[in-house]
Design a protein around this ligand. Structure first.
Ligand code: AMP
Ligand code: ZN
Length: 436
């Protein structure tokens, strides 16, 4: 086995004071560069601000927030801070309402993105000897090309298998000796199901060792399940198209929160209602400012993702702060009978039951004029024909859910593979309630 350096690049091991000095330098440069974007020029003019007003990192708070609506309103190219002939790629996300959003990249943006993803993969032990298989859709979804270029930068042999066709994925695992896989959590569980159906034992029949899971909220129990199923270590990966894609924050081998790369981003956590910073360690909305982007820098972008900064130092020796597992997006919050509920609270309870498989669906309906919730959850094979055990199990699940979310859902235990499967991010909530 060759010996390699621990850190992928010097900034990864910077001390707090080095990180902050670099952040200020890059923030000032970014703000100046933003004046080449008609959108930010106008924003600064309206706020009576000039780039020279940003003298310290705290001065960031003088700058107005940027929102997803701003991206929609300026669709497609209204936020560009460079001429279009310097851009070499765009990624677009199709929102469910209104215009989609577009993020433009220069060649240098793409190189920086690949570096960030490579740093993440290197951090969890990926090395040129590894074989990396990517089960993300390629194309507009950034998990495809984002991981592709990052994995190539590490020097791994890459298998751009793309989404779906699980049997083919399994054949690639065995034929090419895949050691590292990137998959969304719901798909990782699906891979295991198909392995079981085909009599493949991941420990005996594959060389899988590392799994990168991200792109959708998942609980610690889901992670542990997936690790046990596939015999791998699974690392949480966080990103979003607006911040390039993957490579924003990633777990280190300690698996205790995701280091967010502060040489690329300034992190704020704000109360989504008052927009004031929350006290240290409390949950709020993640707000990010890009520090290295050429084509489309974003200042104080409201991500809608809810998380908190984990207190304390990480034993791994990196000083970039750690974000807790995402609690969900503020727009994912379910309001049922006036109670605020996040789907991840329900998942956390469900995944503690060994009898349950990984797929579940929350349906919200209006029944006799009242809000009602049904939770359908797939069973593993166990107990399926023992009616009294099934009833007892469903009562216990209902009780624990009621304790957690303060309302009583209807729980239905359904056979394996009966809930709809999606090739992209899993759909966990269907809301059929009448809107008034
Ligand atoms: P997209 O821009 O389509 O890639 O979606 C980005 C969004 O996916 C983020 O804003 C988060 O809401 C969600 N997301 C990405 N990674 C994670 C993760 N590791 N855990 C929870 N949610 C995630
Ligand atoms: Zn660490």
């Amino acid at each position: 086995m060759m010996s390699y350096q621990k850190f992928f690049n010097p900034e990864e091991s910077y001390s707090r004071s080095e990180i902050e000095a670099l952040q200020l330098e890059r923030l000032q440069a970014t703000v100046k560069h933003c004046m080449d974007s008609p959108f930010y020029q106008e924003r600064f003019r309206k706020a009576g601000l000039s780039p020279s007003d940003i003298r310290t990192l705290d001065d960031l708070r003088k700058i107005p927030f940027t929102t997803k609506q701003d991206l929609r309103d300026t669709y497609p190219f209204g936020m560009a801070a460079v001429p279009l002939d310097q851009c070499v790629r765009l990624h677009s996300s199709s929102g469910t309402t209104g215009n989609p959003t577009v993020i433009l990249h220069t060649q240098k943006d793409l190189e920086e993105w690949a570096n960030a993803v490579a740093r993440c993969l290197w951090m969890v032990g990926c090395r040129p000897e590894d074989v990396f298989q990517n089960t993300s859709g390629y194309g507009m979804f950034t998990g495809g090309l984002g991981f592709q270029y990052g994995a190539e930068k590490v020097g791994m042999l890459t298998v751009p298998a793309a989404a779906g066709n699980t049997l083919r994925q399994l054949k690639f695992f065995t034929d090419f000796g895949t050691t590292v896989v990137h998959a969304i959590p719901s798909y990782a569980a699906r891979i295991y199901e198909v392995m079981c159906e085909k009599g493949i034992d991941p420990r005996r029949d594959t060389r899988l060792r590392t799994l990168v899971i991200g792109a959708e909220p998942h609980s610690e129990d889901t992670r542990k399940r997936i690790e046990n199923m596939l015999g791998v270590k699974a690392y949480n990966s966080f990103g979003m198209s607006e911040m390039c894609g993957p490579g924003v924050a990633f777990e280190c081998p300690e698996q205790n929160g995701m280091h967010i790369w502060e040489d690329y981003y300034i992190v704020e956590i704000v109360d989504p209602d008052t927009l004031e910073p929350v006290p240290d360690g409390e949950v709020g909305e993640l707000v990010l400012t890009t520090l290295k982007r050429e084509a489309m820098p974003l200042l104080r972008y409201r991500t809608r993702d809810l998380t908190r900064i984990l207190p304390g130092e990480c034993p791994c020796g990196r000083h970039h702060i750690r974000l807790d597992r995402m609690k969900g997006r503020s727009d994912d919050m379910i309001i049922l009978k006036g109670v605020n509920i996040f789907p991840i609270q329900i998942e956390t309870i469900l995944m503690q039951f060994q009898e349950l498989a990984s797929d579940y669906l929350i349906t919200l309906e209006t029944v006799d004029g009242n809000d009602a919730m049904t939770v359908d959850v797939e069973m593993k094979d166990l107990f399926i024909d023992d009616y009294s055990k099934l009833q007892a199990l469903s009562r216990e699940i209902t009780r624990q859910l009621r304790d957690e979310i303060l309302i009583t859902p209807r729980v239905r235990l359904v056979p394996k593979n009966t809930l709809p499967k999606s090739e992209g991010k899993a759909v966990r909530v269907v809301d059929t309630r009448k809107k008034y």
